[in-house]
Design a protein. Structure first.
Length: 203
């Protein structure tokens, strides 16, 4: 029995446009309703939409992604999610930019499996390496602007202990998302940012 086909699209910020990725997914026949658009950093530990999609996926379903870095930004994270999806959940992964990594390959000799595994590890390495380069360039740019006496970005919001406590309750499963949003009176995007702050304060 053929499973359901889904797609995961990730952009790192609210300002980035996902239209190009959506067009590619629609072009391979994925229904609009089955496309999950995640506007979270791959480094984020929250990633609510991604985790909801993973929970929804069943054995035999197919998940399309544009590249392996849509699963995460760091080497270990990408390999961990790949293992979870393919081996634990039995999901087929189709990668638009690297189709030779598609997990429904009919060619499965030992050498072919080795090449695919090797390429997966290389791409995971490149994803984390590129992430570090981006962060390094950002840090260098911020340092230069500070030397010029310029203030960058919006002032950071002050998080109260009550807000952080609610975020931790949500993270621990003590309260649901809607209850947390009602208690705080904020939107989902702001709440996920709050959850990220709570996580960082404990790490």
């Amino acid at each position: 029995m053929t499973g359901t086909t889904y797609a995961l699209i990730r952009v790192s910020t609210e300002e980035q446009n996902e239209d190009r990725q959506v067009e590619r997914m629609l072009g391979v026949g994925i229904p609009q309703d089955n496309i999950t658009i995640e506007k979270e950093s791959g480094k984020s530990t929250v990633r609510a939409k991604y985790h909801k999609l993973v929970k929804q996926l069943k054995k035999g379903d197919t998940l399309y992604i544009e590249n392996v870095d849509r699963l995460g930004r760091d080497y270990d994270g990408i390999l961990r999610e790949w293992h979870l999806l393919t081996e634990q959940k039995g999901v087929i992964i189709k990668i638009l930019d690297t189709p030779m990594l598609d997990t429904d390959q009919t060619a499965n000799s030992l050498s072919e499996k080795f090449i695919r595994d090797f390429m997966l590890h290389v791409l995971a390495f490149e994803a984390e390496n590129e992430w570090h380069k981006i962060k390094s360039r950002q840090a260098s740019g911020i340092a230069r602007e500070k030397q010029k006496g310029r203030s960058l970005g919006r002032p950071k919001a002050v998080r109260t202990e009550e807000e952080l406590a609610i975020a931790r309750q949500y993270r621990n499963g003590d309260i649901g998302l809607e209850i947390a949003l009602t208690m705080l009176g904020i939107k989902k995007t702001a709440f996920y940012s709050l959850c990220q702050v709570a996580n960082e304060m404990e790490s």
